[in-house]
Design a protein around this ligand. Structure first.
Ligand SMILES: [Fe+2]
Length: 187
């Protein structure tokens, strides 16, 4: 097996252990949205898409929301820790050093973007939150927290990604209602 497929398989195996039920689907779905947005996405960007939330998968060491007052500081710490966890996985698979560095840097900035590749990852991640995470997040966290999280996610989308999210249709009326409120209140 080549080094990139070895890395993808190991990343998926780690994320399969997450106690957050939507995490494995979200990882692959983020990669799918990335390839929808940019069919020519390179290996580093693809690895970062799959691994961006790897921090959440390891219960013993994961960064915890309740330890932070500020949501953005929590997210930045989660992203940095994910990059630290990803590096030895990629290295063990023999991934080239420049791809390792790029993938880890992209995971580190996936919540904020800042350059074209990071912005693509941020869009793919945020679209995927609306595509696969939101219904499960809603069941677990309730209306108010899901709305806060969704507003935060919607506001960080590019115009192109917003149009994609606006086209998502939920089975449950409550989700459809929540998305409409988010779209209207985000302006
Ligand atoms: Fe994510």
């Amino acid at each position: 097996m080549d080094s990139i497929n070895c890395a993808k398989q190991k990343i998926r195996a780690v994320i399969a252990g997450s106690q957050v039920p939507e995490d494995p689907r979200h990882a692959d779905n983020t990669l799918e949205w990335l390839l929808h947005l940019e069919p020519d996405a390179g290996d580093a960007l693809q690895l970062a898409a799959l691994a961006h939330d790897i921090d959440r998968a390891i219960e013993e060491v994961k960064v915890r929301r309740e330890d932070f007052d500020d949501y953005d500081v929590f997210k930045a710490t989660h992203a940095r820790h994910g990059a630290e966890l990803l590096r030895p996985i990629l290295t063990a698979c023999g991934v080239a050093r420049d791809i390792v560095d790029d993938a880890c840097r992209l995971v580190e900035v996936h919540e904020v973007g800042g350059e074209p590749q990071a912005n693509l990852l941020k869009d793919a991640d945020s679209i995927s939150y609306f595509d696969v995470n939101l219904p499960l997040y809603f069941q677990r966290e309730g209306w108010a927290e899901t709305k806060r999280r969704s507003l935060w996610g919607y506001r960080r989308l590019s115009a192109r990604a917003r149009r994609i999210v606006e086209g998502i249709s939920y089975r449950e009326e409550a989700m459809r209602h929540l998305l409409q409120e988010v779209i209207h209140e985000s302006v």
